[in-house]
Design a protein around this ligand. Structure first.
Ligand SMILES: Nc1ncnc2c1ncn2[C@@H]1O[C@H](COP(=O)(O)OP(=O)(O)O)[C@@H](O)[C@H]1O
Ligand SMILES: [Mg+2]
Length: 356
């Protein structure tokens, strides 16, 4: 038999969501994995009866009633739960009666929930990270190949310029030099994020407010930036300059997409027990950057994190791929969902950041 403290410890750390109801079907307790899965806090819902707990989870309440009545173990597969009336998840649930040692009958009922669409999500994230890495390797290889001849071209144009008999012809060599410099800057931007991070404990809300100021100074009118911060988020060990750059790239896109008229919301939350790539983190900070602009077309949405993908005539298509690379260096991830009127970029940053 596992001792009480150890059992408690296991319950707090396992990834299966566990809920315990008493024999009258009032919720006694739930573990952190269950809080995360159902997006509620234990404080909010302990003591609630299963019939009103989450009225949308009727199949679960039905299962509890049956187990209470018939005293047997039950499994319900692929139950859809509607969370906070906004989105749904699919779970398998096992409902087990626990018999009393002292009197006849059931003492409590144990519910275990396993999210089945979670597997899909993890695979999708892993794919996203792998794709990113593959594309980055190709681009970096290509950039390297361009860099050397570019230096040669620029040097040759400078030599040529000195030999030109007619000063007016310099206009052409200047174009060569100017364009070579522009390409050089572009290549430097592709290469830049690979060097070591300079981390320090940083308040992410200060970073967000700083970027807000930058955006407002770039785009003077028409953009309203609202914030909804969770003040309990502790300081994170991150590279502030890189996070500023990543968030700036995202917010600048939002401001540009809205044609400098609209609203951007900044929201921060803590998420417990979250898998990013193939690593599980106890605590992750979630930063949402939400705009009410036109949205990103469906066919483009799958590709926006790839370099050189742009929907703007004057765009470089580097902003989001750089932002993703910067956040990946913090073992985090950027995701995006979009529909007309609501585009959400979500930055996930593990609190136990071990820098790449
Ligand atoms: N908030 C947004 N709303 C609408 N479209 C967006 C948004 N963010 C990014 N995009 C689209 O994604 C494309 C890629 O963005 P990015 O990588 O920053 O490159 P760039 O800004 O140079 O085009 C943008 O050109 C735009 O079409
Ligand atoms: Mg951009």
């Amino acid at each position: 038999m596992i001792q009480g403290k150890l059992a408690q410890h296991i319950l707090e750390n396992i990834t299966t969501a566990v809920l315990l109801f008493d024999s009258d079907l009032f919720l006694q307790t739930l573990n952190p994995a269950a809080e995360t899965l159902l997006e509620v806090s234990a404080k909010q819902i302990c003591g609630t009866h299963s019939s009103i707990l989450l009225p949308e989870i009727n199949p679960l309440h039905e299962a509890l009633l049956q187990v209470k009545e018939k005293h047997y173990y039950m499994i319900e597969r692929s139950v859809r739960l509607l969370l906070a009336s906004t989105h749904s998840i699919t779970v398998d649930c096992c409902v087990t009666p626990i018999y009393s040692h002292v009197h006849e009958g059931i003492e409590s009922i144990l519910v275990e929930l396993t999210q089945v669409d979670q597997h899909l999500r993890v695979t999708r994230e892993e794919n996203l990270i792998l794709q990113q890495q593959a594309v980055h390797n190709v681009i970096r290889g290509l950039a390297h190949e361009i860099k050397n001849p570019l230096g040669g071209l620029r040097g040759a144009a400078q030599l040529l310029e000195r030999q030109l008999p007619n000063a007016q012809l310099r206009e052409y060599t200047q174009i060569i030099i100017g364009e070579a410099d522009r390409l050089q800057t572009l290549l430097d931007r592709i290469f830049a994020p690979s060097t070591l991070l300079h981390t320090q404990y940083t308040n992410i809300h200060q970073i967000l407010m700083h970027v807000k100021q930058l955006i407002l100074s770039e785009i003077s009118t028409g953009i309203l930036i609202e914030s909804d911060f969770d003040p309990s988020i502790p300081e994170l060990l991150v590279d502030p300059d890189r996070l500023i750059q990543a968030i700036l790239n995202i917010m600048r896109n939002a401001a540009q997409a809205m044609n400098s008229k609209g609203k951007i919301q900044l929201r921060t939350r803590i998420q417990r027990q979250m898998t990013l790539g193939n690593k599980r983190h106890k605590l992750v900070v979630r930063i949402d950057i939400i705009d009410n602009g036109p949205g990103i077309p469906e066919d483009m949405l799958q590709q926006i994190f790839f370099p050189l993908v742009t929907g703007r005539a004057e765009g470089s298509g580097l902003g989001l791929s750089i932002a993703q690379a910067l956040v990946n260096q913090h073992r985090g991830l950027i995701e995006c969902s979009s529909q007309p009127g609501e585009t959400i970029f979500t930055l996930w940053l593990p609190m136990d950041v071990q820098t790449a």
